[in-house]
Write a protein that binds this ligand. Structure first.
Ligand SMILES: [Zn+2]
Length: 371
């Protein structure tokens, strides 16, 4: 896996790879074809062989798997004893997809996260109070979202963690009143505060503070980190500008201290927004937008189905996957932040009614609390 290693040694952005990405995808696809009968059959069916992958443009020939498939079938390439981590993509209703990760793939993921976090200057040695707008992890909740939210509290030493969603009588409840009290309490101390989690809950907590007439100033060095969320944004229709304005007004946090992440269990690449809040494609992945009916690749600026490609994982054939998102890709240079790779905007979902995700689950929960 020498090309995969080369890809995950790259800087997150503007690091010319001299064709390593395509070679890494070919190397990984070869591996899945050799060790996974179902995947080999899929490639055979599509008339695909890895020698067809020579340039970036050829990536569009690679067969992709809709993420829904992982919710219905177990598609591991490696035997289960070599899969130390299994992550489920949805924990709050609906079918859960299971994606297995092997140690070497997890190591790539770790290198990627460290590079992206240091690029965004998110490591800190200052003791920090955390407000987590997500699920409090426990032995019954193994979703990737709760693991990620907890993991993100390790990048600056945690003094205290307050969770917005806690389990009571066997089900999760959002307790934003307690969260608001914790925020006010944290602001009386000198330690920085970090918010982490679903944008929708973060927004509703800020609204609740505003409704109570409370305006605070989070201590210097505080950050708002959003994750798990484009889907939420779509469901809840929270406008980004309104979000940043509210954060400034209610918490005294500038938009440069608000960082948003995107990632999916089926495509575990970390996407982080740039200073203009666009999601550029990092060195570790590629994105193709396809026409909804013909599935032909579309140029920049056109809306279609989103296909996500990464050579990260051997345990499950997630090299090219298609979630149920609709998106648009834009020329990176048009952003103006200095990052050259294209950026992706997710603008909706297909099959909203029949596909239940954690986003839908979260909005059901929101419906149960009075705001
Ligand atoms: Zn940018």
């Amino acid at each position: 896996m020498k090309y995969r290693s080369a890809v995950f040694r790259k800087k997150p952005y503007n690091d010319n790879d001299g064709g390593d990405f395509v070679k890494a995808v070919a190397e990984m696809t070869d591996y899945h074809i050799k060790h996974n009968e179902k995947y080999a059959a899929l490639c055979l069916d599509a008339g695909f062989t890895t020698d067809m992958l020579k340039t970036e443009k050829d990536l569009e020939k690679l067969p992709f798997i809709p993420t829904l498939t992982f919710k219905r079938h177990c598609l591991f390439t490696l035997p289960e004893k070599r899969i130390p981590v299994k992550a489920t993509s949805s924990g709050t209703g609906g079918a859960a997809g299971v994606i297995g990760f092997e140690l070497s793939g997890l190591f790539c993921a770790l290198k990627m996260v460290l590079k992206i976090f240091s690029y965004k200057k998110l490591f800190s040695l200052k003791p920090t109070n955390y407000v987590i707008f997500g699920y409090k992890p426990d032995k019954n909740n193994k979703t990737a979202v709760s693991k990620t939210a907890f993991g993100a509290t390790l990048f600056a030493p945690a003094l205290h963690r307050t969770y917005a969603l806690t389990r009571r009588n066997g089900r999760y409840e959002a307790d934003l009143d307690s969260v608001c009290k914790a925020i006010v309490g944290y602001c009386k101390r000198r330690h920085p505060v970090r918010f982490m989690g679903f944008p929708s809950y973060t927004y509703f907590a800020m609204k609740l503070l505003a409704d109570k007439g409370i305006n605070v100033k989070l201590p210097k060095g505080s950050k708002i980190m959003l994750a798990g969320g484009w889907k939420q944004y779509y469901r809840e229709q929270v406008d980004k500008k309104e979000f940043y304005d509210t954060a400034k007004r209610v918490l005294g946090v500038d938009d440069c201290d608000i960082v948003e992440f995107y990632g999916a269990v089926e495509h575990p690449v970390s996407y982080c927004d740039c200073k203009n809040h666009n999601f550029h494609i990092p060195s570790y992945s590629r994105v193709i937008i396809r026409d909804v009916t013909t599935l032909k690749p579309l140029p920049y600026g056109r809306t279609g189905l989103v296909e996500l490609i990464t050579p990260m994982i051997k345990a499950t054939p997630i090299t090219a996957v298609m979630p149920d998102d609709l998106g648009v890709l834009y020329d990176g240079e048009s952003c103006g932040c200095g990052i050259k790779s294209p950026y992706l905007k997710i603008i909706g979902r297909v099959g909203l009614k029949d596909i239940k995700t954690c986003a839908a689950g979260a909005s059901e929960l929101l419906g149960e609390i009075k705001l």
